[in-house]
Design a protein around this ligand. Structure first.
Ligand code: FAI
Length: 518
């Protein structure tokens, strides 16, 4: 019976999620399938008018311990696990008077949902399914003899198969693969909860980093056309991976990378903010009284680079902003919402991808694979002290007035979105020159000044994501006419850098907090 279909004559059904159960039971019964089932599943099947054998009748043992023991019995598991390709297994079943199952339909107690609801630990522990995963794993292992179904979305396929002589081996293998994914993800959730919340060890990060992602979309290709790629979801249904695409071509791998960077940049600001990203770096970030103003300012930073950019907004897109964006070739725009009329303006352009994502970025930990391992860190978030201008130290020059300090604070926050080494020049709540990704800070300063141009650089303020190791980078800014600089400080040569600022008569604040971004 290798590749042939395996007729479905007897099914074991035990499901927490009763979606589609009555239709499934009715359809199986009509196809001549005998049903065995547990507690409330059996009751629901009987209520649908379908004959069903309660599992206790099979085991001769009552369900007990508040449902902790229902199907954990040799009469159940021998019926699932017998490899009917083997004469000896068939003989043993006959001797033991165990009838085999051809189909196992199970879904598990809602452990993740219970944890997410904030339930007490005892309740969460009680929702760890034991009998269900045992049946699922047993049936999946024995896929040459049994078909296993863990997803109500498959019930249609089950009924079709039952009416057409059963599943063939390839289909049973796919169902088994799905079943093992289901139990693996389930156990990962349990193990992660134990490691993180229920029985944490004293280290700041848990001793187990379990990841269970499900492929959500096969992408055309990865960073380059010769790289196969796909998008995987974490099952939460939130964040960029779950964003709703309202218009445009399919998102590409690079679109996702840039859109992630754009959202991170735009949501770093409290005021209406627009970030325009190319190759994961900003070519413009600005805040304004409204998103249209913020977009005009962000675009003006570097209109050449903004061509084909990815735009993120931290507020709903207005019609006025949409009209502006529609004038410029844009790969992606993502926003929490689109005001009435804005969408129809944007969708006039065939190629722009328009995404709605109501959630602010909430990645808690950042993961980076290295060969043979994985680096994990908590997300870089703004600190209550170092990132608040009220806690900055004036190291050189005159203190800034409220508006000046707000402008410098914008530069500091915007600089966090720039790949290190990062220097960002800003005026009036908008970046005007960005120096990114250089292997020394002097070149980042030069790039920022060059991008700003002499006129915009003069009188601007500047942020540096990490300390100036020498005065040379700062000197580039001073020579360009920058009036105020914010940087973390912390170099052994801080005094030389501060002296250079003093000598030039510019203001320098130290934050004490660094924001490298690689
Ligand atoms: N303990 C057992 O023997 C057992 N057997 C099946 N279950 C689970 O019980 C649920 C179905 O139970 P009911 O039919 O009573 O609603 C399913 O989610 C199934 O995974 C069990 N419950 C938990 O471990």
């Amino acid at each position: 019976m290798t590749a042939e279909k395996l007729p479905i004559r007897r099914a074991l059904v035990s499901v927490y999620d009763k979606t589609g159960l009555a239709e499934l039971a009715r359809g199986l019964h009509e196809a001549g399938v005998a049903l065995v089932s547990t507690g409330s599943t059996a009751r629901r099947i009987a209520d649908a008018g379908v004959p069903v054998t309660p599992v206790e009748e099979l085991t001769g043992f009552p369900e007990c311990l508040d449902g902790r023991v229902k199907t954990l019995h040799p009469r159940v598991h021998a019926g699932i696990l017998a490899d009917r390709r083997l004469a000896d297994h068939r003989r043993q079943l006959a001797e033991l008077e165990v009838e085999p199952f051809d189909l196992v339909v199970v879904n598990l107690y809602p452990f993740r949902e219970t944890v997410a609801s904030g339930a007490a630990p005892d309740e969460c522990v009680e929702q760890i399914d034991i009998g269900g995963p045992s049946m699922v794993r047993a049936a999946a292992k024995n896929h040459p003899s049994v078909a296993v179904v863990v997803n109500p979305e498959r019930y249609g396929d089950v009924l079709a198969a039952a009416a057409e002589g059963g599943f063939d081996l390839a289909a049973r293998r796919r169902l088994a693969a799905e079943a093992f994914q289901h139990t693996a993800a389930y156990d990962t959730a349990v193990a992660s909860w134990f490691a993180e919340e229920y029985a944490p060890d004293p280290a700041p990060l848990p001793d187990f980093a379990g990841i269970a992602f499900q492929r959500q979309q096969v992408l055309r290709y990865g960073e380059n056309p010769h790289q196969p790629a796909a998008l995987y979801g974490d099952g939460s249904g939130t964040g960029l991976a779950a964003a709703e695409q309202l218009h445009g071509k399919e998102m590409s791998y690079n679109n996702y990378v840039d859109t992630e960077a754009a959202r991170r940049a735009a949501h770093d600001h409290d005021r209406p903010c627009v970030a325009i990203i190319k190759h994961a770096n900003p070519c413009g970030i600005a805040v304004g009284d409204d998103v249209a103003e913020a977009h005009r300012k962000a675009h003006a930073c570097d209109p050449v680079s903004a061509f084909g950019g990815v735009i993120a907004v931290n507020r709903p897109v207005s019609v006025a902003m949409a009209e502006q964006v529609a004038e410029i070739f844009t790969e992606v725009i993502i926003a929490p919402e689109y005001e009435e009329g804005a969408l129809s303006v944007l969708t006039r352009k065939k190629n722009i991808r328009v995404l709605r994502c109501p959630d602010a970025p909430a990645v808690r930990r950042e993961l980076r694979p290295i060969e043979g391992g994985l680096l994990v860190q908590e997300r870089d978030v703004f600190q209550a002290d170092g990132d608040d201008p009220a806690h900055w130290t004036l190291a050189a020059g005159q203190p800034l007035d409220e508006a000046g300090l707000a402008g410098l604070a914008f530069a500091w926050r915007a600089c966090r979105a720039v790949k290190s080494n990062a220097i960002l020049l800003a005026r009036d709540g908008a970046s005007v020159g960005v120096g990114m990704g250089q292997v020394n800070r002097v070149d980042s300063a030069r790039l920022a000044v060059q991008r700003a141009g002499a006129e915009r650089a003069a009188g601007s303020c500047a942020a540096s994501d990490a300390f100036f190791p020498f005065p040379d980078g700062l000197q580039v800014l001073i020579d360009a006419g920058v009036k105020a600089v914010v940087q973390p400080g912390g170099s052994v040569r801080d005094q030389q850098v501060i002296d250079a600022a003093e000598a030039a008569g510019i203001t320098m604040y130290l934050t004490g907090t660094r924001h490298f971004f690689h």
